[in-house]
Ligand binder design. Sequence first.
Ligand SMILES: [Zn+2]
Ligand SMILES: [Zn+2]
Ligand SMILES: [Zn+2]
Ligand SMILES: [Zn+2]
Ligand SMILES: [Zn+2]
Length: 331
Amino acid sequence: MTRHRRETPHAELRCDRCGHQLERYWRHCPNCAKAHVWRDEAHYTGAECYRCGWVVSDKFSFCPWCRANIRDSGSSDEPLRAPKGFKFDAKCDWRCGGGVQYPMPWCPWCSREQHWPEGAFEGTCPHCARGVDDWMHACPWCGKDASGQDLIPRALTNVRRLLRASRLTPWNYRILLRPGVSGVDPRWPKRVEIEQRYVVGKKKRDEIPWSMLVGLIAHELGHSFLYHHWAWTRTQSFRNAFGRVDKAYRVSDDTWVDFQRRRVTTTRADYVTAYAGTHPQEDFAETFRFYVTRRGRMRELFSELGGKRKSVIVYEKFLALHHYLRSLRGW
Ligand SMILES: [Zn+2]
Ligand SMILES: [Zn+2]
Ligand SMILES: [Zn+2]
Ligand SMILES: [Zn+2]
Ligand SMILES: [Zn+2]
């Protein structure tokens, strides 16, 4: 498999609906989702597919864009590396002997499906698994919501409602459904990645663990919030409650089960949940999760903590967060 080097967009390749820059052979504008047809406008090959209208070569047996059979007397009997108008980027995945150009989904010689390494992109689309960047609204390959937010509307509505009830002002965070692990990279504190396996591939909506997702999103938003207000972590009041956030991390990522727990756990008196005890940043994210899912109602939270025999420090964590949020609102 050869590595694909991503081309810088040419100024002339622009969406004719919204003006956003495109890369050649993107099926959809990543900004407005408009479907694009890449014709033979520059007369590179003198041929377009009868079915999809995209540029093809007379030498091809199949359209590499829509898989239509386009074999005729001009087609090459042998698979070629790169006929006029096309580049050789890789050999066909199926070793038919022909060459393929990025990002052809089908081999123009044997019609079989091609896989492309999408390392030039920041992530992958939860709908079609091809490469997308985090800012993209639409997937350039399948045209669907590249963030995957359309797959978890119930969870997102719920989280937004909880944040509003907790009187948290939105900070332009962006939820992205992605494969791998859930988390927030401190370099991009507003991008909140949520593991897609809880949602993608589920056939029925009731197979999706909605309340766990709400908890998970609230937890990750806690990380995003803290990175967004990092100066606060340097203050004495924060340190007294949560400790030092720059402490070395030794947390395994397989602790997602914790987010299924809706109640405060009894295992550790100094932390709201056992997972909160793994690191000061997790402690904050868990405290944030409970604060938000209890709508910032301190009286209810405190009686819940009392029932679980939590020590004073846990109350102080919630108070530190509560007071900080008030100070942000100008109290
Ligand atoms: Zn557009
Ligand atoms: Zn076609
Ligand atoms: Zn092939
Ligand atoms: Zn897609
Ligand atoms: Zn965490």
